[in-house]
Design a protein around this ligand. Sequence first.
Ligand SMILES: *Cc1c(COP(=O)(O)O)cnc(C)c1O
Length: 361
Amino acid sequence: MSRANQAKLDLSALRHNLAHARTLAPASRVMCVVKANGYGHGAVEVATALDPLTDALAVACIEEALELRENGITSPIMLLEGCFESEELVIAAEHNFWVMIDNQRQLEWLEQTRLPAPVTCWLKINTGMHRLGVSPGDAAAFHQRLLDNDNTHGEIVTCTHFACADELDNPMTSDQLQQFAKVTEALPGPRSAANSAGVLAWPHSHYDWIRPGYMLYGNSPLKTTHPNTTGLRPVMTLESAVISVREIETGETVGYGANWTAQRPSRIATVSIGYGDGYPRMAANGTPVLVKGKRAPLAGRVSMDMITVDVTDLDEVNIGDRVVLWGKDLPVAEIAQRADTIGYELTTRMPARTPRVIVER
Ligand SMILES: *Cc1c(COP(=O)(O)O)cnc(C)c1O
C-alpha cells in the first residue's frame, strides 16, 4: 500500500459555496478567484467546475489564465495584477482575458499597443491598501482615457480591494467603502469591491461584481464567527493514516528537539504526513487532528514526512486508521491559527507531492 496522504476535493461543495455567495449578493455578478492553482486545490479542476456557473474567473497572471484556456475553460478570465509587459495585451485580446489597469504604465501600454481586438478593462483604485491601484485623485482622468481608447471594450469597471474586511470591528473597511463611493460616484459603469470577507460580512460592498476566492473553497476568512459563514462547506479534506503506535512512560519525550514531554503514561500515534506534504511545521503542540473522527492533539514537532499525535484518550488506535488534518469537522483556519498563519496559506502551499483526489464531482 502506498502512503495514504490525499487532499480530497469535493467539487459539489465548491458549487454550493458559489451558490451561497450568490444568495448573499443576489444583485451582483460573480468573478470566482482561482489564482495560485485555485488556492492550492488545482486550478483546472476548480475552474472546470465553476466555468458553467460563474460570470467570470480571476487569476493573478497570464500564465495562469493560459493554463485554463488550454484546458477548455471558456469564461472571461481576469488578470488581477494586469499585464506585466505590453505584449501580454495582445494575448489577452486574443483569449478574452480581462485586464486590470493599476498604474500609468499599464494605461500607456493599452494606448500604444496595436491589438487584434478590444479588451475589457477594470480600473483599480487605491482606497487605503496601498499596494496597487491609482490614487483617488487620478481615477477620473484614468477612467476617461480608458473610455476614449479604441483598445477598450465596453464599460470600464471601477474596483478597489479591502485591507481589513476580515475584522468586523475594524473601521478601515467603512472608510475604504466611503472613499470608493465618493470617487466612483461621478464615473459611469459597474463597480466592484468585495472579496470573500466583503461578500460575507459587508453587504454595502457588494456593488455590481463580487470577487470571492477563499470562501468558494468553503472556508471563512472572518476573524470571528458570523451567521453567513455557517453555510460554507470545505472543498478540501487533507487525509493521512496512522503508521505506528507506541506506549511511552511519564517523562519521555517525542520528536525533534524533544519539545513534548509525556506528563503521564501516553500512547503516541505516528501519522505519515509532514511539512513536505503541506502540513505546517509551525503547528504547535496541542494542534488538533482527527483520528477516526475524534480529536487528538499534536505531540512533538512536525517532521518533513511525519507527525506524532497523543492518542492516550482515544479508545483504540491501530496502524492504518484514517487521520484528517483539516476539512470537514476541522476548519483549516483553526489549524492555521495554531501555526501562526491563515488557512489561505495552508491550502495554497499544498505541494504536488500530495495527490489531489476528486471524491465528489
Ligand atoms: C485574491 C483577490 C480576491 C479574492 O480574495 P479572497 O479573500 O480570497 O476572497 C479578490 N480581489 C482581488 C483583487 C484579489 O487579489
